[in-house]
Design a protein around this ligand. Sequence first.
Ligand SMILES: [Zn+2]
Length: 447
Amino acid sequence: MTSRVVVCFLFLLLLRGTAAPASLQAQSAPFSVQTNELDDSRYPRQVTFRLAVDAETSTAASIAQATLHYDVSRASCLEAAAAVPVAVTGDSLAWTWEMVRSGNPPPGATVTWSWTLTDADGRSLTTPPQSHTFSDGRYTWQTVEADNLKLHWYEGNVGPGLLDAAVSGLDRLESDMGIQLQDDVNLFIYGSSEDMRDVVLYIQEWAGGVAFSDYNVILMGIPPSLAGTWGQDVVPHELAHLVVAQYGRSCVGGSRPNWLEEGLAVYAEGEPSPDIEADIKRGMADSAFEPLRSLNGAFSAHGPEAGIAYSQSYSTVAYLLETYGREPMQQLILTLAAGQSTDAALEAVYGFNVDGLEQEWRAHMGLPSRDIPPTPTAINPAAIPTIIPEGLPVSLPTPPAAAATAVPPATAPAANPGICNLGLVPLLLMGLIVFKRRRDWSKTGEH
Ligand SMILES: [Zn+2]
């Protein structure tokens, strides 16, 4: 009993990273650990934890039982630490984490592990926690840093310029919305979307960028030739998704409507581009704007409608921010995170629902008001929390800069409104958002 208490105490001490006195360790831990390492040569498909004890030492015990504890640092509503019993076969132990089953944590994520070894007499030792940060060893990475931000790249000299774009985007989010980055972010800039996709299992073949908001990691494929143009928009856009996801993280299944999610991200890009202004002009001339309510869910991924949906979302969010200021916007995001429906959250903060917002925005734009049919009774599944499958990346794929046009729309998941729907977040906690419009794809065609 006493030794068990000591072991528990030791375990707590060790988990806190405090070195226990060697003599105390020796009494309760008759193992002589020779190697304790993580083999990541097959990452992202699998990694293997290996441990060996020295059986030659006269005082050393043989392992009777072994448990591996491991945990990947991430912001999560659920405790995701794993403890796996490992089969004992002599003095060397190995356990392989098959990421092809669970999905892989992205580069930049850190795993911490320890082993608990028990001998035939019930005495045990828990090894001090060790950490390993996953990295994509195929490339030689360079890094530039700003506050809370590390940007890594390997091709060309794109780092400093893209870091500037990221910092400008963060400044806009802070000054206009009062929303700050809460945890450090790692951005990995790949030379192409193909290079990027190779390090993420189960990523859509059209994806050009992925934001793992739980891990505070963004992976993007930005060819050096596009870093000064497309890259300047796409970096703050993706970063905005991550910052808003941090700020509005919900453990009760709350989610943001797509017009708000994408509108905020486009807003973070900066002054509206000529493409956005052209979309808005066309929307006004052709009465081509969608009912705002229909933009709660997925946008059309292709064609002119997609461009108008993003531009309309941007314009609506800009209207809210410029008319009512930043505090109500913060309240809206937090009220949605608390599990309120979009209508209820808007009512609570601004005093109108989605239709009311649309009518105000239309009046502001000089458009005639629209006949709005009675709102159907909302079915709000937001209060149902969802289990996160362990290791599953929370990802926001975006279409690539260069390869998008090569993907036949019929096979691209982007064409499936269910996949690109932010409404999937409460179901899977895996939001797939398409944000780049036709204008981006035609833009890339110019290069
Ligand atoms: Zn987006």
